[in-house]
Design a protein. Structure first.
Ligand code: DX5
Ligand code: ZN
Length: 218
């Protein structure tokens, strides 16, 4: 699959979200929208009304990463707010089949993600249910953390599983993505690169996207 870049809204200026997104929109492939509940992760980001208000300002695919204990309760509202995909944590939903079904009923694409200590084997049985497999490369909750190098081996294992089942699921990586870590993750088999700090906190976000793009080009 071609490499794609999704900026993470978490690192944008929350007082100027639409402007920050518009600046990079022509250069990127989707927008990563991090929702944190203050329970599953020790941080609170933003919720439905922020997504709803941003929606008319962008045509990007809204890839919603739900760091929440009760994410599925809100699927209908995420759809109404304008989300295109919901990605939930396997740590919250050890049997995600009914949750995938619930998302699809709402017309949402569905993804599963796993934290750094969670074995890849936890998601393997459900690989056919997902559009997106997000391999976290930091402990979720905060932007600006260092990429965990052991993630590369995990990406390679997920790549092998997806390819052996001849599936089209995206393999996404999120956390500490810079041109350097993105290049290594691309070699390991990642398709979608989520970057917050490296894009929105860069002096020139447009140049930052170009640098990431150059790093992951095949
Ligand atoms: C972390 C979030 C990430 C975060 C990445 O919990 O899931 O999407 O925004 O931020 P950076 O790119 O700064 O590591
Ligand atoms: Zn995320």
């Amino acid at each position: 699959m071609p490499a794609r870049i999704y900026p993470s809204l978490l690192a944008a200026d929350f007082a100027h979200l639409a402007d920050d997104v518009a600046r990079v929109e022509p250069l990127v492939d989707g927008l990563h929208v991090d929702v944190m509940d203050g329970h599953f992760v020790p941080n609170i980001s933003f919720g439905l009304s922020v997504i709803e208000d941003l929606r008319p300002h962008s045509k990007l695919f809204f890839d919603t990463h739900l760091m929440m204990n009760n994410a599925d309760f809100y699927f209908e509202q995420f759809k109404t707010a304008g989300c295109d995909m919901v990605t939930v944590h396997i740590e919250v939903y050890p049997d995600p089949a009914p949750i995938a079904e619930k998302a699809r009923k709402q017309g949402l694409k569905f993804g599963l993600t796993l934290n750094p200590p969670t074995p890849v084997a936890a998601v393997e049985p459900f690989i056919e249910l997902v559009d997106n497999l997000l391999v976290m490369s930091v402990y979720p909750g905060f932007g600006g953390q260092q990429f965990i190098p052991e993630t590369l081996e995990r990406v390679a294992r997920v790549r092998k599983i997806v390819d052996s089942h001849q599936l089209g699921a995206d393999i996404q990586i999120d956390g500490g993505i810079t041109p350097e870590s993105a290049r290594m993750a691309r070699s390991a088999g990642a398709d979608v690169f989520v970057a917050g700090t490296a894009i929105f906190q860069a002096p020139d976000p447009v140049e930052a996207v170009a640098a990431l793009r150059a790093a992951v080009e095949d």
